[in-house]
Design a protein around this ligand. Structure first.
Ligand code: ADP
Length: 240
């Protein structure tokens, strides 16, 4: 089994009658930043939750290194993720938050210091997370994702609400993680952001796969990535 592959096989999730994810088949491979794009409501977060076993598919399956997430012996060592940076206990310090995660996952405490340094939070490691800004919480969430040194990383809209420095930092980190041979899946509803970060693009709309392509292929077929995105998703925007 190849290290760090996400595979979706006709993945489907219905809430009531409308499918949030509809027969989605896809392979996400190592060594790339794959941008996972689609208008709001396209099914990106649901797909990520299904990959992480936080929700059960109605049919089809999501596999991580050939297994369902729930079957991974030590999931944090295979997949790191950040879905919602705000969902962290405010009363603990950053250090204690990560130490608790490390301990419950059989990861040594030295790694906590390493990841705090890697995300630039070493200086505020003892501060309560409740006092952190959104950008700092985002960095802490990324530190948690990196804790198990996993081959696969998934981030849901990681640049939302960040200042330009934070955005640039995330962009460079994602590219560095992919250059180390990891699989990086990054969701966004902004093609402009993905154009600077991703080298592969997956676009979904209404839960279905619209396009899976390299950035180079898209730019050769369309005048710009923005135009590619607008043209490919024109029928998929849902107005509510
Ligand atoms: P995206 O991340 O692309 O914005 P989502 O995966 O959040 O899209 O949502 C896809 C669709 O599924 C939307 O129509 C949304 O309203 C619906 N949906 C997501 N989660 C739930 C849920 N827990 N219950 C009912 N509908 C949901």
């Amino acid at each position: 089994m190849v290290w760090g592959v996400i595979e979706l096989r006709r993945l489907t999730k219905r809430y009531g009658r409308t499918p949030a994810v509809d027969e989605l088949s896809l392979r996400v491979e190592p060594g790339h930043v794959t941008g996972f794009l689609g208008p709001n409501g396209a099914g990106k977060s649901t797909t990520m939750r299904l990959i992480l076993g936080l929700d059960h598919p109605t049919s089809g399956e999501a596999l991580v290194n050939g297994r369902r997430y729930a079957r991974l012996p030590r999931p944090m060592l295979e997949v790191g993720s950040l879905l919602d940076a705000g969902a962290v206990h405010g009363g603990r310090s950053a250090y204690n938050h990560l130490r608790w995660m490390a301990r419950t996952n059989g990861i040594g405490e030295r790694r906590v210091t390493e990841v705090l340094e890697e995300v630039g939070l070493a200086g505020v490691a003892r501060k309560r997370v409740g006092e952190f800004s959104l950008g700092m919480k985002q960095r802490l969430g990324i530190a948690a994702a990196l804790l198990g040194d996993p081959g696969i990383l998934m981030f849901d809209e990681p640049v939302n609400g960040l200042d330009p420095d934070g955005v640039r930092w995330i962009r460079e980190l994602m590219r560095a993680l992919a250059a180390q041979g990891r699989t990086v899946l990054l969701s966004s509803h902004l093609m402009s952001e993905m154009a600077l970060t991703a080298d592969r693009i997956v676009i979904i709309g209404r839960g279905k796969l619209i396009t899976e392509s390299s950035v180079a292929e898209l730019t050769s077929r369309y005048p710009s990535l923005e135009e590619a995105y607008m043209s490919l998703t024109a029928d998929s925007v849902v107005y509510r």
